[in-house]
Design a protein around this ligand. Sequence first.
Ligand SMILES: Nc1ncnc2c1ncn2[C@@H]1O[C@H](COP(=O)(O)OP(=O)(O)O)[C@@H](O)[C@H]1O
Ligand SMILES: [Mg+2]
Length: 365
Amino acid sequence: MNTIKAALICQGSVSSQWTIEAMKKYFEVVDELSIKHVETVIAEKSIEVLHHGTPLQPYDCIYAKGSYRYESLLRSITEACFDRCYMPIHPETFSIGHDKLLTHLALQRKNVPMPKTYVTTSIASTRGILEKVTYPIIMKFTKGTQGKGVMFAESLTSASTLLDAMDVLKQPLIIQEYIETGGVDTRAFVIGDQVVAACRRSAAEGDVRSNIHAGAEGEKIMLDAKSRRIAVDTAQAVGADICAVDMVQGPHGPLVLEVNLSPGLQGITKISGVDIAAKIAAFLYEQTRLRKTSQKKEKEVAVLEELGILGDKASTQKISGMIVPAEMRGERLLLPKNVTHVAELREKDELQISVEKGKIDIRKL
Ligand SMILES: Nc1ncnc2c1ncn2[C@@H]1O[C@H](COP(=O)(O)OP(=O)(O)O)[C@@H](O)[C@H]1O
Ligand SMILES: [Mg+2]
């Protein structure tokens, strides 16, 4: 196989450095591209990604990530490159994952459990909701991370005061039932269809937000099967092969709060003892290799179809001289599908078989 090239488009954090170093153990070329120097040009028939003003060279794998501030750029980059190489995060996922409301809508579509969430647009309708909900509640901006846009209101009075303050910022917000957890949440790190590490985070004294950045402490946990399933379902619902899923334990099981598309590795690596960067790199490489192999197969099939040996064209034709490796199930020989199609053989057909060394003749009676 030719040289396998990868790029990490990122903001240059320590987590990104770890990922780059780990990727170098698998890919022959790994380029770090600072998202600050990347731009996209969209025209009627083309969408191009530029790095320092020059078109991006072809890569087999591009892992693009960054904070919610880069949502539009990350989406554009991924729209441009998604069909050309392996990218672990789908284009629309950047819009979904960087917006808590869109995340909840995507999760709802796949029946992933979450706290009851209210959406409003006007201040007047928000007041209407605040009057009918059961307290305490959580109010949060739909965009933003690290606990900074999350507020706790224990009564209508405090919620109204918060609403007045939030209204000044003119940012969309959601209202959510408060799940009493004693300030504890769970972060599951998902790669592919597996949770590779998980930790429980406890909020600092007097806080309800269990973000490590907000001063919370973390401890390693073995996640139960149900939470693991929910975390993987969440990743698939939003379209991310690599992400972290934040959950709280509700009275009837885990409830998903949000997805992080560019999760920090330092905290969870230290707490869990799992080398997450290594797992990410191995996964990226495996997916890239699989993509390349399946592309090669597709090309081969296209050539065979063109020759009338495989596919629809073959069904009315004759095959002669096809060379294939013998496929055996134990001592029994399996014939390729198109052989059965062209010969129009069906289960239980009566066959007359004549065999000699190195030669089989099969006739339908
Ligand atoms: N509905 C909720 N019930 C209880 N705690 C919550 C709720 N929503 C958020 N929290 C707490 O606040 C923290 C931050 O909320 P989250 O939705 O993950 O936003 P952020 O993007 O700021 O991390 C969570 O980790 C959790 O500890
Ligand atoms: Mg969070």
